[in-house]
Design a protein around this ligand. Structure first.
Ligand SMILES: NC(=O)c1ccc[n+]([C@@H]2O[C@H](COP(=O)([O-])OP(=O)(O)OC[C@H]3O[C@@H](n4cnc5c(N)ncnc54)[C@H](OP(=O)(O)O)[C@@H]3O)[C@@H](O)[C@H]2O)c1
Length: 393
């Protein structure tokens, strides 16, 4: 397999200047020495140069990161996109606006790779470990604090879309056993968010949960809910995607374009009761329907804003009259990520990857995300384009 570096977790692009065979070169050749010097000290990364839209996303050569005593140097192998990443080239959002405050921004919160060096005081990881980034670099456990919100990768601070990244050792987790790098790269944001939204509610087998749409968060929530023994409802604009969701175990699948009153279908399909938990990713445009779809004393997990419509003012009355618990979800802590990884291993859950893009195709990956054609996750791999195409054949 051409792109087996992703599979096997080994990726060696270094050229031995004084090696054997075809790598042996005469070091008196100064241009060659300069090339080697450049390869050793610079790397490729992406920058969002300012809030100028998708055209402000540029591939750049930057110095390799320096290693501090508590840092871990990670050779990144794969990354994944989240809906939030689309907001960054347009200026970001509250507390995630480094692109406006202090450009450029290195985008993306989600990535996985191999540890290639550790600082002298590092005791959590060793060279060769396979790791993934933690969304909030400093939210390790307990309740989220104001200060920790300022450690969100790829929004508040620089993210991970670079060939090599230096992380504080606290900002990484080991990837689940047997996971490919491209699978692990899908976990830090969408999966941890879905995990928190479900597990905060103390879910029980036989309870019901509703997912809106078939993007990254919703498909992870579907997979977790099935593993927890819950009865699952999902909506989509596409019958084809709904069929795919049924193959993953969705019990009730509703086309929200064909059924504008999709919340009524949910109520009807639960015997007039409503669901225990709604994974609410739509925001203002879906909130009232989500409140209606929840059962009395049930719960709505507020996560996303896919419908935009900030001028819309959904009524909260259903929340009062039905004594709903409204829980705001903001990704999750490192502890939640580690607990989720154990559940992924135990239940042998594999992320659903819709499409892979090569590192030099990042703008196309953003455009694909924007088109909302995907089901599950969109991944960027370190392979070059030729390697990726061979792998997909
Ligand atoms: N609070 C947090 O910590 C947190 C974390 C992660 C994500 N989020 C937010 O959660 C949302 C989802 O993120 P994501 O990364 O999973 O997005 P995504 O992968 O881009 O999901 C996009 C999908 O959402 C569905 N969708 C769009 N409009 C919809 C509508 N009106 N009703 C129902 N479904 C609709 C569509 O599914 P179909 O094609 O099937 O119709 C679309 O393909 C975003 O707003 C994101 O910012 C928040």
């Amino acid at each position: 397999m051409v792109c087996d570096t992703i599979e096997m977790g080994r990726y060696d692009t270094r050229i031995e200047p004084n090696g054997t065979g075809s790598n042996r070169r005469d070091l008196s050749d100064s241009s060659f020495v300069k090339t080697i010097f450049k390869l050793a000290d610079t790397m490729k990364a992406y920058h969002i140069t300012g809030p100028g839209g998708l055209s402000s996303l540029k591939q750049v050569d930057v110095p390799e990161p320096k290693l501090g005593p508590l840092d871990v140097l990670v050779e990144m192998k794969a990354w994944s996109l989240n809906y939030r990443d689309l907001a960054m080239p347009f200026g970001g959002y509250i507390r995630n606006d480094k692109v406006k405050r202090n450009p450029p921004l290195v985008p993306l919160s989600d990535g996985a790779g191999e540890v290639v060096a550790v600082g002298e005081l590092v005791d959590r990881f060793k060279v060769g470990d396979h790791v993934a980034s933690v969304f909030f670099q400093t939210w390790l456990d307990g309740d989220l604090t104001d200060a920790q919100i300022g450690s969100a990768l790829g929004g508040a601070i620089d993210g991970v879309l670079a060939e090599t990244v230096a992380f504080h050792q606290d900002g990484l987790v080991l990837i689940p056993n047997g996971y490919l790098f491209e699978e692990a790269a899908t976990l830090p944001c969408a999966a941890v968010t879905a995990w928190q939204a479900l597990t905060l509610a103390n879910p029980q087998p036989g309870q019901t949960v509703l997912m809106l749409g078939t993007g990254g968060v919703s498909i992870f929530a579907l997979q977790f809910a099935k593993a927890l023994g819950m009865r699952t409802f999902i909506t989509s604009s596409s019958d084809q995607k709904l069929n795919h969701a049924k193959e993953l175990g969705a019990d009730v699948a509703i086309n929200y374009r064909a059924n504008e009153d999709w919340e009524q279908v949910v109520i009807q399909q639960t015997g007039g009761v409503g669901v225990d938990n709604v994974i609410e990713v739509g925001g203002a445009g879906t909130l009232e329907k989500s409140l209606a779809a929840a059962k009395t004393s049930g719960r709505v997990s507020l996560i996303g804003v896919l419908t935009g419509q900030p001028d819309q003012n959904p009524s909260p009355m259903m929340a009062l009259f039905k004594r709903l618990t409204i829980q705001g979800i903001y990704v999750g802590s490192r502890r939640m990520f580690e607990a989720m990884n154990q559940a992924l291993e135990t239940n042998m859950i594999r992320p659903v990857i819709d499409k892979r893009f090569a590192f030099d195709e990042v703008p196309a990956a953003y455009e694909y995300m924007q088109s909302a054609q995907h089901f599950g996750k969109i991944v960027i791999t370190r392979c070059n384009k030729g390697q990726r195409e061979s792998r997909e054949d």
